[in-house]
Design a binder for this molecule. Structure first.
Ligand code: SIN
Ligand code: FE
Length: 303
């Protein structure tokens, strides 16, 4: 496995989510496609929450338990999250929801401390709790997150909106979340762009009309989904492309633009994750976005 040319993981000593930590201003680091790792930043569970680190709270249909805040529609937020994918009594579910909500609040305060430029622009997307072992998840190749990929979703076109994610490993028995990180986005785009054809005329209209997509799949979304699918389907790429292992021990928090950083989850159990949306125009340096990178390489706009 070659690590040359793989995404960089940069470490920070922070020990607090928000209150007395410094305002970091590391927008340029995350926008450059690095992984920001905080090995001393645990998410503290209270006594009554310790029991939630068990796959039995997942209802078995979804990979994750999630709180939806409405930020899925990359335009608005709901004040209160709706929980999906969990099984339990009303009292148990209320406790689980309180834990995930607290994580969402802390992750948000933290992101705004790291990236003051995004204040007033970061929108809260789903929060997920993942008590299921990565190794035990049965999936199709397209959903298999043990294969390197950038995040792009068949039914949820992003229109270029950025996906910023804050992860925290809450494993109780010392198990790391094991990731691989891959090549930088531009190298990745250059690898597959020559093979990617334009979408069929009318296909975006049809996908939206039939409800396969929640809104129009633009050519940007088409290209991102192609990158996602081609990488996952390419065994030689998975094995031999530049990559590095990254192990996130319990008590570690890490932050990435997951639509830009090639990543794969190889192992681990019990993690929390908060997604944020950010418009490209609200980045500190919009030209670093996947959209701008793709448009520069193609020499035209992606609409
Ligand atoms: C992913 O975003 O592809 C999976 C991350 C994880 O579950 O660790
Ligand atoms: Fe992913």
């Amino acid at each position: 496995m070659s690590t040359i040319g793989a995404t960089r993981v940069r470490e920070f000593p922070d020990t607090t989510w928000a209150d007395d930590g410094p305002t970091r201003g590391v927008e340029a680091v995350v926008e450059a496609g690095e992984v920001l790792r905080f090995p001393y930043l645990p998410f503290a569970l209270i006594e009554s929450e310790l029991r939630f680190r068990d796959p039995r709270w997942a209802d078995g249909k979804a990979k994750n338990i999630s709180l939806r805040w409405g930020g899925n529609q990359p335009d608005g937020n709901r004040p209160d999250g709706e929980m999906r994918g969990a099984a339990g009594t009303p009292a148990e579910l209320a406790g689980l929801k309180a834990m995930i909500t607290r994580y969402a609040d802390q992750a948000e305060a933290f992101a705004l401390r790291l990236f003051p430029h995004y204040r007033g622009h970061l929108r809260r997307g789903n929060t997920s709790f993942r008590p299921v072992d990565v190794a035990g998840r049965e999936t199709s190749w397209r959903q298999d997150d043990t294969r390197l990929h950038v995040d792009a979703f068949p039914s949820n076109p992003m229109h270029g909106t950025r996906l910023l994610r804050v992860f925290c490993n809450v494993n109780p028995s010392g198990r790391a979340r094991e990731w691989r990180v891959g090549e930088p986005f531009e190298a990745h785009a250059k690898r597959y762009l020559p093979m990617i054809q334009r979408p069929w005329p009318g296909s975006a209209w049809l996908l939206e009309k039939t409800g396969i997509t929640k809104r129009r799949r633009t050519e940007y979304d088409h290209v991102m989904l192609q990158l996602h699918d081609r990488a996952k389907a390419d065994a030689d790429f998975q094995r031999n492309s530049p990559q590095a292992r990254a192990a996130f021990a319990p008590g570690t928090t890490w932050v990435v633009f997951s639509d830009q950083v090639l990543h794969a989850a190889m192992g681990g159990q019990h993690m929390l994750e908060q997604t944020f949306y950010l418009d490209v125009a609200d980045q500190q340096e919009p030209t670093t976005s996947p959209r701008s990178t793709l448009e520069r390489l193609l020499g035209r706009e992606l609409r």
